[in-house]
Design a protein around this ligand. Sequence first.
Ligand SMILES: Cc1ncc(COP(=O)(O)O)c(C=O)c1O
Length: 381
Amino acid sequence: MTVSLSRRSLLGRGAAGAAAIGAALAPAARARECGALAPGRKESLYGPDPRTAHLVFNENPFGPSPKALEALAEASTQGAYYQGKSVAYLAEMIAERHGVGPEQILITNGSYEGLTALGLAYAKKGDILGPELFWDSTALFVENNGYGRIVRAPMKGKLEVDLAALEARVGEGTGMVHIVNPNNPTGRLIDPSELRSFCTTVSPKTMVLIDEAYIELSDDPDGNSMMDLVRAGQNVVVARTFSKIYGMAGLRVGYAIGPAEVIQRAQNFVVSSPNVAGISAAIASYDDEAFLKTSKSKLLQARQMIMEGTKAMGLDPLPSQTSFVFVDVGMDADAFRARMAEKGVVIRGKYGEHTPYSRVSCGYAEDVKRYLEAIPYAMEA
Ligand SMILES: Cc1ncc(COP(=O)(O)O)c(C=O)c1O
């Protein structure tokens, strides 16, 4: 569907969407002045403004896979019906790959929904303990709605998760530990053997949730994953998503793998059922190794461009094992974002007190190039 949308009509669609849309639209509107559409890009109701270099939400523009698109077309003909066998089928696929039972899998509309369900279920027991910086949207959902509280442990070095600091805070009042590995927004990976020993010590006292949304982008996904602890029956849950390496953020499929009783407990807090469109695409692309290889290699190529390009300008990017980079730009990241937006480059603003750190997502090479070219302008601010 090709459309032309006014800011007014979009903002008329409700407060929740308005915040997100508003954030993207201001730079997009400016970007219109920045020139014509690049070849292969078109104006659409779906996806970002094609005139911008959209490097903000850690989406993966190289997806969905061709097999997923084919499956979507077939599934759409059955759109009249609820999920049928499809969700159980995907759960079987995931369970088989990981050597667990299907009752240990919770499939939701994006991992956001499963992470929120886990947060709601365990905040009843006590605090959600996490590092100072992690992808805390679902924990904040719990906290902001008065269902629980986040307790944050300080980080160490250059924004590394400090497992000792987390462990020191585990106590009677802890409901769960929430770790993202590799972490968002920092992009940093926790040493897997240290994390394994942390989980082994802490999980008898409290459930440990490891959000592995970006694990496939790391150098050794299997070695870095805590799935072996789930298989071993520890009180550990691993969350994964089809939004990142599979390039299906808009199709909303994620899953959690853990002990059956934990999964059942979280299931009680899930309010909707998965959508057939997303499930069909997930089933079709789950084992599509050729697509996954290409997807990873393109994202890592973009990551390398960002690392090398920013370093060449004297900036300090943190090492990343994800599809984004946290760059110390040496100025307020909100001011940096605003200047970049003037050039049609859409990135994240600052996180908390870490004002000079600016997060940029991996994407099309031409967009990363545009990001790098706009940096000197942004830094004149
Ligand atoms: C670490 C992490 N976990 C989970 C999510 C949510 O992903 P989704 O709900 O699309 O599966 C995100 C999204 O950016 C993320 O960065």
